[in-house]
Write a protein of this length. Structure first.
Ligand SMILES: [Zn+2]
Length: 122
């Protein structure tokens, strides 16, 4: 598998399972049309149509691209960690039962774990 070279900060979050500061990520308030791919392996992770504003300081999605995201119990014992299913890059955490959207699911994802590809205008 070919992996992109990461900066120190990307590595801290993606490999070291860190968290970027809230309201600092480049995609928190990005609502353009497109897809979000894994910063490390380029696998498509989320569609812009599934993004919503949870006012939590990180990009939020109520659904992943089918099969793109793996859920794991977080070592903290209560949260559920999410990873890129293809390369294992740390993305963030998933929360359920908060009633933000009909799907009742919030993928709370670090901007730095993803890369946004705007939809091409025809
Ligand atoms: Zn990946």
């Amino acid at each position: 598998m070919k992996l992109n070279k990461l900066t120190k900060e990307e590595e801290r979050v993606i490999v070291g399972k860190g968290t970027e500061m809230p309201f600092t990520g480049e995609y928190d308030s990005n609502f353009r049309e497109g897809i979000y791919i894994c910063r490390r392996c380029n696998a498509p992770l989320y569609n812009s149509k599934d993004k919503f504003d949870a006012h939590c300081g990180w990009p939020a999605f109520d659904q992943e691209i089918k099969g793109a995201v793996k859920r794991l119990p977080d070592p903290d014992g209560y949260r559920v960690e999410i990873e890129c299913a293809n390369c294992g890059a740390h993305l963030g955490h998933v929360f359920e039962g908060e009633h933000y959207t009909d799907k009742n699911t919030r993928h709370c994802v670090n901007s730095i774990s993803m890369k946004f590809i705007p939809k091409e205008k025809k």
